[in-house]
Design a protein around this ligand. Sequence first.
Ligand SMILES: O=P(O)(O)O[C@@H]1C[C@H](O)[C@@H](CO)O1
Ligand code: HPA
Length: 293
Amino acid sequence: ILSSSAHSHDEYQKTADWLMSQTKHRPQVAIICGSGLGMLADTLKCQDSFAYSDIPGFPQSTVQGHAGRLVFGELKGKTCVCMQGRSNFPSVHQTTFPIRVFKLLGVETLIVTNAAGSLADGFQPGDIMIIKDHINFPGLVGLNPLCGLNDDKFGPRFPAMSGCYDKGLRCLAAEIAKELGVAGFLQEGVYAMVGGPNFETIAEARLLHRLGVDAVGMSTAPEVVVAAHCGLRVFGLSLITNKVVKSYEDTESVNHEGVLEVGRLRSHSVQQLVTELVGRMEINNNDNINKSV
Ligand SMILES: O=P(O)(O)O[C@@H]1C[C@H](O)[C@@H](CO)O1
Ligand code: HPA
């Protein structure tokens, strides 16, 4: 993360141009599939898919449980691009590189999903949390993808982040969850990104709990910051895969395999929820390719 350096506008444009030369799809919605949630990409119709390693300039997936493919296709009548796997730990600039490429492709809405541990007392493993807001701990201490020279073509130097998780989409998702019969394990709350890769100590977990964090993970906030900066509408879901250990009496401990296992158990519901949301969300005409940037 510390060795990050910003990309030039041309680098994003080159990758976007390459993708537009390889696929006829012009996506309106981009979906980042977190750990164990990558199957959504397999359900896209009329797919064109690309290994990250074949896409000029694209960061590689480094997290176990993440496939490392960019998949274009149709979902419920909307053109989507899915990241099947994210790269959590190279640098914040590399991690967020795809977001600006999506903007240049004409995407207007970003959906992010992740696996997270819960701090909130009422949350259980298997719950799905609509992200209401986030605390970007790495960002607060300067590990922020917007650090460095600002690219005014994407957005302002000092962007607002209040309201960066779209309220309309959050309400729509809650309605859909009721209809799908999954409202019983739907939550809404604050996601905190920590730097990882180690899971929290008990003292850290207690601190996060006292700060009002409902769920903690090691991703998502940088992508959302870059998306909000360039004017994308954002919706986020955390799949709660474990309770974060907050007591010295507790003998359980978290591990990544357990995170992936719960991810797999609930992935179908997350997939259904995202699919319906994409189907029902309103999209402005897909005519913003290269307009505001
Ligand atoms: O991409 P996500 O955030 O789902 O990746 C998972 C959750 C944590 O960030 C990390 C450790 O389990 O992997
Ligand atoms: O407990 C956790 N802590 C941090 N990241 C996570 N990702 C899944 N579970 C966790």
